[in-house]
Design a protein around this ligand. Structure first.
Ligand code: ME8
Length: 652
C-alpha cells in the first residue's frame, strides 16, 4: 500500500543576512512537523529555500559594486549554516535562481498568457521596495506602505496584469467550502474584510525597470513580479513543468504552507488564484503564524539592532544554550497562531524550568538511582500497584494527545502534553520515595518496579520528544540502552527489557544562573553595539603615541568619489555612501549624517582608508572609512584633496 504523503513548505527566505531568532520560528515549526510526520511513517517532503530576485537585491548588489549572485551566494550559505545549526531536516532547498525554477516560471507565465489570464496594460501604482509589494493609493496608510510603514514610490509603466479580480468569487467560495484551507480562522476574516470585500484588482505581474528576475518568454523587456516567481517555488521545486514532474505528481497539492501572518495575503489570495488559472489543485492548508515580538514590536532586521539588550542572533544563542534549548523555546513559548514576546529572560526561564529542572532532573535521578541501587542494570518490571497505574496510563496515552495537538499543528500543546508526563513522573518519585524503599531489603522488588516504571516513562517521553528536540532525546535513549532511532512503534509501555545496562547521564540541560547570564548577555550586546557604532573617543581621551613611517605606511589612503548616498535606516548618525575609488566601487558607512545630507555628499571627493577590515554597521557593509576633521566641539568636516584629483589616487 502507498504510504500517506505529507508535503510541507516554509516560505522561501529573502537572502538579507542579519538573521534573527524570529526568522527561525517558521522553519523550526515546520521541521518539528516534518519530523513528526516522518515518524508517523509518512512519505514526507519538506521544502525550504531562498527568494533571490527583485529590486531589493538588485539595488543592494549595485550599491556594493558586485553582481547580484556575488551578493547573494554568501548569504545563502549563511542561511544554510543556520539551518544546519538548528538541525533542520529539509528535503530540498530551492533557490529561485535555480535554472530549472526559472524555466518553469517562464512556462507558467507562458501558459497564463496563452489562456488570457495575463494581459498587457498600463500600470500605475505605489511600490514598496523592501516588501516588494504594490499598493493602490487607497490602500496606503498615511501615504506609506500599509505593511511596513515605509516610503513607497509611484511607478508608471506598461505592464502585464494577471486577472486576479476574476478569481475573487472562487476564492470566497473556497474559504466557505474549505474552512480548513486558511488557518487560524481569524486570518479568513482578515482576508475577506481587508482584501476580498473591498474588491480585488488585477495584479501587475511584470516589470521593465527591474532586470534581476525571470525574463518573460513572450516579451523579453519584461521581468516576472517577484511574488509570482517566489510563490511558484512550491511547485517548481517538485519539477512542475520540467522534464521530470514525478515529484509533483506524487506530492502536490501541498499539505501545508506554513507562513508568517504578514504574507498570508500572498498565499491565501494570489497563490490559489494562480493555481486556479493554471488548472492545478490547491494546497490543502495555509497557516499564518504569529510573530516573535521584542518590546511589543515584530522582531525584524531593522529592529534587531535596537533590541534593548536582547541577544537575537541565532548563531550566538545556539552557541550559548544549544540547539535543543533554542528549538524548545521557539516551539513551546509562543501560543500557536498568536504573537509572543521574546526576551532573554523568558528563554532562560524556559530552559531552567522545563529542560533543566523537569526533564533533566527526571532523567538524571532515574538513571542515577538505577546505577546506585541495581548496579546499572534495569530491574524487571514487577507488579503494578498504587500510583503506578496513573503514571503508566498517562505515559501510554500521551502519544494520542500529542498527535491530536500536532494534527492541529500545535507544537506548544504537544510539548505541554509530553511535559505533563514528565512532571507526573517527577511527582511519582516523590510519592514512591525510592530512597526509602532502598533502605528496606524486603522492598527491593517494589523499588525495582518503581525504577522500571520511571525508566520506561523517560523512554516514552524521549521518543515523543524526537520531532521537537533533535539531540537530547537521542542521548537519553542511548543511556537507557535503546536505539536512538526508535520510532513511534516502540511507544507501548513495557518495551524496555530487564537487565539492560543503564548509563548514568550527567545533566542533559545544565541549570543556568539567570542573573549572571543576563549580565553576561548584556555585556555582549553592549560590546557588539559599541563595535557597531564605532564610537570615536573624544580627542582629549586618546592616548597618542609616536609611530614610525613604516607604521603609517600600513594605512592605505586613497581618493574616492561619492557616487551615491542615503541615510541608514533607523539611525540619525549614519550615512551609507557608495564610493568610487578608481575602478573599484565600495560601500562605506560613516557617522556624518548630522553634518552632511545625502544630497550634499554625492559628487564629493573624499579621502578613504581602504585597507580597514570590513564591518557591518546596522546591517550595512562598510568597506573602509571616509576621513573627517573634528573640532573640539565634535563638529565634523570632510577631508578632501585641495585641487581636482582623480579618484583612485593615493594619499601619503
Ligand atoms: O517573506 N517572528 O521572506 P522573509 C516570526 N521571501 N516569524 C518571523 C519574524 C518574527 N519576528 N520575522 C520573520 C518572505 N519571520 C518572502 C516569502 S514565500 C513564497 C516568499 C518569518 O525572509 C516570516 O514571517 O521576509 C516568514 O515566514 C519567514 O520569516 C521568512 O521571511
Amino acid at each position: 500500500m502507498d504510504r500517506k504523503k505529507f508535503y510541507i513548505t516554509t516560505p522561501i527566505y529573502y537572502p538579507s543576512g542579519n538573521w534573527h531568532i524570529g526568522h527561525c520560528y517558521t522553519t523550526v515549526i515546520c521541521d518539528a512537523l516534518a519530523r513528526f510526520h516522518k515518524m508517523l511513517g509518512e512519505d514526507v517532503f519538506f521544502l525550504t529555500g531562498t527568494d533571490e530576485h527583485g529590486q531589493k537585491i538588485e539595488k543592494e548588489a549595485q550599491k556594493r559594486g558586485v553582481t547580484p549572485m556575488q551578493f547573494i551566494d554568501p548569504l545563502v550559505s549563511e542561511l544554510k549554516d543556520m539551518w544546519r545549526l538548528l538541525n533542520i531536516s529539509y528535503d530540498r532547498f530551492i533557490r529561485t535562481t535555480d535554472e530549472q525554477h526559472v524555466k518553469s516560471v517562464q512556462k507558467i507565465y507562458q501558459k497564463l498568457y496563452e489562456s488570457g489570464d495575463i494581459y498587457k496594460a498600463e500600470y500605475s501604482g505605489y511600490y514598496c521596495t523592501p516588501c516588494e509589494s504594490m499598493w493602490t493609493e487607497a490602500q496606503l496608510v498615511g501615504g506609506k506602505c500599509p505593511d511596513c510603514g515605509r516610503e513607497v514610490t509611484l511607478q508608471k509603466e506598461e505592464s502585464y496584469f494577471f486577472r486576479l479580480s476574476k478569481y475573487a468569487p472562487r476564492i470566497l467560495k473556497l474559504y466557505e467550502d474549505e474552512p480548513e484551507f486558511l488557518q487560524p480562522k481569524s486570518r479568513i476574516n482578515e482576508m475577506v474584510n481587508n482584501f476580498l470585500k473591498p474588491g480585488l484588482q488585477d495584479l501587475c505581474v511584470s516589470r521593465t525597470t527591474v532586470k534581476w528576475g525571470v525574463q518573460l518568454p513572450f516579451d523579453p523587456n519584461h521581468y516576472a513580479y517577484v511574488w509570482i516567481d517566489a510563490l511558484s517555488n512550491y511547485i517548481t521545486a517538485l519539477g512542475y513543468m520540467s522534464g521530470d514532474d514525478s515529484l509533483y505528481r506524487k506530492f502536490w497539492p501541498a499539505d501545508l504552507h506554513m507562513v508568517g501572518k504578514e504574507i498570508v495575503r500572498f498565499h491565501a489570495i494570489i497563490w490559489p488564484a494562480i493555481l486556479m488559472a493554471l488548472g492545478e489543485p490547491l494546497p490543502k492548508r495555509v497557516y499564518g503564524h504569529g510573530w516573535l515580538l521584542i518590546g511589543g514590536d515584530k522582531l525584524s532586521k531593522s529592529k534587531q539592532d535596537q533590541a534593548r539588550g536582547q541577544l537575537t542572533d541565532p548563531y550566538e544563542l545556539v552557541k550559548r544554550y544549544g540547539t535543543d534549548a533554542v528549538r524548545y523555546f521557539l516551539l513551546r513559548e509562543i501560543p500557536f497562531g498568536s504573537d509572543g514576546d521574546y526576551t532573554g529572560e523568558k528563554l532562560l526561564n524556559r530552559i531552567n524550568a522545563d529542560l533543566a529542572n523537569d526533564l533533566g532532573n527526571l532523567v538524571s535521578r532515574t538513571t542515577a538511582m538505577i546505577c546506585q541501587y541495581f548496579g546499572g542494570n534495569l530491574p524487571p518490571r514487577g507488579k503494578t500497584e498504587g500510583v503506578d497505574g496513573e503514571l503508566i496510563a498517562l505515559a501510554e496515552g500521551a502519544f494520542e494527545k500529542v498527535k491530536r495537538a500536532m494534527d492541529g499543528l500545535n507544537a506548544p500543546d504537544a510539548l505541554a502534553e509530553i511535559f505533563n508526563v514528565v512532571s507526573r513522573a517527577n511527582k511519582y518519585i516523590d510519592e514512591t520515595t525510592p530512597w526509602l524503599l532502598a533502605k528496606d531489603e524486603s522492598k527491593k522488588a517494589r523499588l525495582g518496579a518503581v525504577l522500571y516504571n520511571l525508566a520506561e516513562t523517560v523512554r516514552i517521553c524521549a521518543v515523543l520528544l524526537k520531532p521537537f528536540l533533535t539531540e537530547s532525546p537521542k542521548r537519553i535513549l542511548e543511556s537507557l540502552g535503546c536505539d536512538a532511532e526508535a520510532g513511534f512503534d516502540t511507544l507501548a509501555f513495557g518495551g524496555l527489557k530487564a537487565g539492560v545496562p543503564i548509563e548514568k547521564l550527567p545533566p542533559v540541560f545544565p541549570r543556568i544562573d539567570v542573573k549572571k547570564e543576563l549580565d553576561e548577555v548584556d555585556r555582549i550586546v553592549k560590546s557588539k553595539k559599541k563595535t557597531i557604532e564605532q564610537k570615536n573617543p573624544k580627542a582629549e581621551e586618546v592616548q597618542v603615541s609616536e609611530i614610525t613611517i613604516e607604521d603609517f605606511a600600513k594605512v592605505q589612503l586613497k581618493v574616492g568619489e561619492v557616487v551615491a548616498c542615503e541615510r541608514v535606516e533607523n539611525s540619525d548618525k549614519l550615512l551609507h555612501e557608495t564610493v568610487k575609488i578608481g575602478e573599484e566601487v565600495r560601500s562605506i558607512v560613516s557617522g556624518i549624517a548630522k553634518y552632511y545630507t545625502p544630497e550634499e555628499m554625492v559628487g564629493k571627493r573624499v579621502v578613504v582608508v581602504t585597507n580597514l577590515k570590513p564591518v557591518k554597521l546596522r546591517g550595512v557593509l562598510s568597506e573602509g572609512m571616509i576621513l573627517c576633521a573634528e573640532d573640539k566641539d565634535g563638529n565634523l568636516a570632510l577631508v578632501s584633496p585641495e585641487k581636482e584629483m582623480q579618484s583612485g589616487g593615493s594619499v601619503r
